[in-house]
Design a protein around this ligand. Structure first.
Ligand code: TXA
Ligand code: MG
Length: 326
């Protein structure tokens, strides 16, 4: 579908498709999602099939407002505080699920991941369908998340009929996932745009962060949300430390990606994620840059890690999972 104009003539056919159990790729403020009716097991199965995603890896359910959350999950009192601070927005909460949520969505767990997204198109669709929408990132399992409609079309265009183009995603990195199934012991499972520190301040409780598993053991593979190797381009990705240059003799076939525009360029095939090294801009451009470089015939991509603060923690988390030698 072409980029949207200000009219909403696209909406009825998208609503109809979702109500009929079809899948639709939709923009969110984080990344594009592959959405379908979360209450329909056949539709949910299609999401897994189209992505090539193992059924042990549960999905995030997107809803329009707090009343919808209450229909799907048990709502602890502190959730209202979290919602007031961070919803609509890039925070996913793991909550104790209610019966109505199909086991396929949650991979048989007794918890469900829920998010109230902010993107106006996603919100319009949620409101008009009045359905909870299961939506993982709209990429083949393990590959880079899409931050533009063209990424979705290139990766899944032959499998997904409806791709709604909302332009580039504002944030460009997936939501923070907070395990809130025990509200006294909140744990960030996936760092994201909203840091553990900010969440902790909002609810006045310490918030831990789950560490990356040390090795790619079968145990780690089975733990939902903790799959170690993820978000990878096909071209091997190597990382070099923040504020340094990679040690490469000849980079004719190697792309080198810095945080910010380098002052002197003694390497060829040099790219940068932000003019000034701004972390939000780096997050916004990261996946798009990797998608574009992956289409070229580089033998390897060398990319600079970022400073480990704010959204930089989430960026480094994705890079660690994506790196070739992890
Ligand atoms: O920003 C986002 O979160 C995007 C947009 C589309 O909303 N979605 C997204 O979904 O990144 P996905 O499926 O690519 O990642 C969801 C993660 C998976 O790692 C999954 O294992 C974890 O959420 N997850 C889902 N339900 C869970 C649960 N009940 N317990 C633990 N982890 C869960
Ligand atoms: Mg994903």
């Amino acid at each position: 579908m072409a980029p949207l104009d200000s009219s909403d003539s696209w909406l009825p056919q998208i609503v109809e498709a979702l109500k009929a159990g079809e899948l639709v790729a939709l923009p969110t403020e984080t990344v594009y999602g592959l959405a379908g009716n979360a209450l329909c097991p056949d539709t949910v199965r299609k999401i897994f099939e189209v992505k090539g995603r193992p059924f042990i890896d549960p999905l995030i359910v997107h809803v329009h407002d707090l009343e919808d959350v209450d229909k799907l999950a048990q709502v602890p009192p502190l959730l209202k505080t979290l919602a007031k601070h961070f919803w609509p927005g890039p925070l996913t909460l793991i909550l104790k699920k209610r019966e109505i949520v199909p086991d396929l969505v949650t991979a048989g767990l007794d918890t469900v991941a829920i998010r109230i997204p902010k993107h106006p198109i996603m919100r319009q669709v949620l409101k008009a369908t009045n359905l909870p929408l299961a939506a993982p990132s709209a990429n083949p399992f393990g590959y880079l998340s899409p931050t533009q409609a063209s990424h979705v079309t290139a990766m899944l265009g032959n499998k997904v009929k409806h791709v709604v183009d909302g332009g580039p995603c504002d944030i460009g990195l997936e939501s923070t996932i907070l395990d809130f199934s025990d509200p006294n012991n909140p744990i960030v499972l996936r760092p994201g745009p909203i840091s553990a520190e900010i969440i902790s301040k909002a609810i006045d409780i310490p918030v831990r962060t789950k560490e990356l598993p040390a090795s790619e053991s079968s145990q780690a593979q089975l733990a939902p949300g903790l799959l170690k190797h993820h978000y990878s381009p096909t071209t091997p990705l190597f990382l070099f430390p923040h504020n340094s240059s990679p040690e490469i003799k000849n980079n004719n076939h190697i792309a080198v990606v810095f945080n910010k525009r380098p002052q002197s360029q003694n390497l060829k095939n040099t790219f940068w994620l932000s003019e000034s090294g701004d972390l939000k801009e780096i997050a916004h451009n990261l996946f798009d840059t990797l998608h574009r470089l992956d289409k070229q015939s580089f033998h390897a991509i060398y990319l600079e890690k970022v400073e480990n603060s704010e959204i930089g923690i989430a960026i480094n988390n994705r890079l660690e999972r994506a790196r070739h030698d992890n």
